[in-house]
Design a binder for this molecule. Structure first.
Ligand code: CA
Length: 325
């Protein structure tokens, strides 16, 4: 077991030959697959960092067959600042993949993850939550992919994580994401959205701690029993799962997370900030489903993602029965 740092040279006025020191733990025992576990890709999301700090001190090497690489705060400058993007260069790590070895600090982090950590991994878990501006029902996620064999492996890993919800996630903006880079490299990749609002709860942290151990058991790295509770599978069949705000104003949600909604049902109103006596603008659900995400702050702006609706589904896609030729 090794606890140390990824040392990223960073020459500044304060430290001419200085470095950004990103904490990392590597635990290895015997032969077996490698898991790469990351949190703090966005610096204002906390279930991952807490669960991975805990894992780094509680995982017993003698129970492992393989290797576990733990990076609780992969965008460490953002994590230190408590911000989504890096205060050093303003870059969102989860839009910076595959990164650039001669780029800015965040692009260099992406490059290191992409070229040095990712190729070592068989299974990857990247913890997310909503951060300061979004809140989610607790879910593990995987994506539709061209490679149906890898897609099925990702959905199986998502199911093993066993969050209260398991979502076939349709991304608004997949380009540059860690998820897309890992999937394109053929890795078994699971992401999460476990809560949000810029904090974590006892419940969301418990889900994170259980899920990461379940994933290691599923990957045949950790010798333990799967902890299995009920998980509701959900799908996002189209862009109309997202309701985007087209005004600035005062946000009145009319439904909360986990509420079932019908197409056409009013789900939010936006009030003017600067006058009374004016009717609010009303937004409706564009399909039947369950509210899985919402804008968090009371102020809302044009272009903000206001609500996310997903559709209950029986099962995630499974592997094609015939191997691809
Ligand atoms: Ca996030």
């Amino acid at each position: 077991m090794h606890h140390g740092f990824l040392r990223l040279p960073h020459s500044t006025d304060e430290s001419a030959w200085g470095a950004i020191m990103i904490p990392i733990t590597v635990i290895q025992n015997g032969r077996g697959p490698t898991a790469l576990l990351t949190g703090g890709n966005h610096g204002d999301e906390y279930e991952g960092p807490v669960a991975l700090q805990d894992l780094a001190v509680t995982l017993r090497p003698e129970r492992l067959a393989g290797r576990v690489i733990i990076v609780p705060a992969v965008n460490y400058p953002a994590f230190r600042a408590g911000t989504r993007t890096s205060p050093v260069d303003g870059v969102n790590l989860n839009r910076a993949f595959p990164g650039a070895s001669d780029g800015s600090v965040t692009q260099k982090i992406a490059d290191y993850v992409y070229r040095s950590l990712l190729p070592e991994a068989d299974v990857v878990l990247d913890f997310h939550s909503g951060g300061k501006t979004l809140d989610f029902v607790p879910f593990a996620a995987a994506h539709i992919q061209h490679d149906k064999v890898n897609e099925a492996a990702c959905f199986a890993a998502m199911t093993a994580f066993n969050a209260p919800f398991s979502v076939q996630l349709l991304e608004l903006d997949p380009k540059g994401m860690f998820d897309t880079a890992a999937e394109d490299m053929g890795k078994t990749f699971v992401s999460t959205e476990l809560g949000g609002g810029g904090s974590a709860t006892a419940r969301s942290i418990a889900i994170a701690k259980k899920g990461v151990r379940n994933l290691l058991v599923h990957a045949d790295i950790l010798d333990d029993a799967l902890a299995t509770d009920r998980s509701q599978h959900l799908a996002m069949p189209g862009d109309d799962c997202y309701v985007i705000c087209e005004n600035d104003g005062l946000f009145e949600p009319m439904v909360d997370l986990e509420f079932p909604v019908r197409e056409g049902q009013p789900i939010a109103r936006i009030w003017p900030l600067d006058r009374t006596g004016q009717a609010p603008l009303e937004y409706v659900a564009k399909r039947d489903g369950l509210v899985i995400g919402r804008h968090f702050p009371g102020r809302i702006y044009m272009g903000d993602c206001m609500m996310v609706v997903a559709t209950p589904s029986e099962n995630p896609p499974s592997a094609p029965s015939e191997p691809k030729r």
